[in-house]
Design a protein around this ligand. Sequence first.
Ligand code: GUN
Length: 291
Amino acid sequence: MILSGREVASAVKKELSSRTAEFLEKYGRRPLLAVILAGNNPASLTYVSGKQKACDETGIDHRDFFFDADVSRQTLVQTIKELNEDKSVDGILVQLPLPNHEDEELIINTIAPEKDVDGFTPSNVGKLLLGQIGHEDLVACTPKGILRMLDYYKICTDSKNICILGRSNIVGKPMAALLMQRDRNATVTVCHSLTDNIVPHVKIADIVISAVGKPGIVTADMIKEGAVIIDVGMNRIPDSSKKSGYRLTGDVDYQSCLEKASAITPVPGGVGPMTIAMLMENTVIAAFRNR
Ligand code: GUN
């Protein structure tokens, strides 16, 4: 089975369109997402244009703040503080990575938790870890999107061995926290760059979630027969036959794993569209909740 994030995301966006119409009718304006991008990292530019397109499709307004790569920490902090105070702004997203990695913690921590549509601030992450989350809380978009896709395809996580590759704040950590909660009941292993050998961990996994950004790190010989393979990788490989000069590929050796897995996400068209759909959903949640 091929798990189509495009199909699930399209269903989510359709439902969101009616919620944004309801918001417009009640409050006389559309929900508004503020997007902050510093520098011109090509992957970030692609993400941001995907987010703008999804806003247009779902009836969400967006206000974009594009800064040069050498923007000061103070400018970013000041911009976020103003957006925190602005009642017409429902959600704030700072595209990561920032050109200056050391600034990320301070910048993210400046976002008001009730407008943190990425679910990256300490209080939102803390609530997630403690299991204090309901439908109206803001949870990181990629892990939330992966769970939504598993639910759509009726793939249950109860008592499953789930191996996550990557311990990032964006995917690996929140994914692990969600899967170990009492409503998901998985046994979770998180592998990372200093894991001695990932193979034995991947081999016993019923579900493998790879989010490391290394093309081909998961191969068919590593996975269990019938495993579910979720590929979060978005790697650009130079390809002169493409107009853009590159092709997108995930972390998983898709062709070989397709034979052995019971279900697998493609790249593109798998996790990526779900992340964006969940960002739209979080923006609508924040807009209603903050009224
Ligand atoms: N960079 C890669 N993924 C994400 C994401 O989900 N949110 C933000 N803000 N930056 C990212």
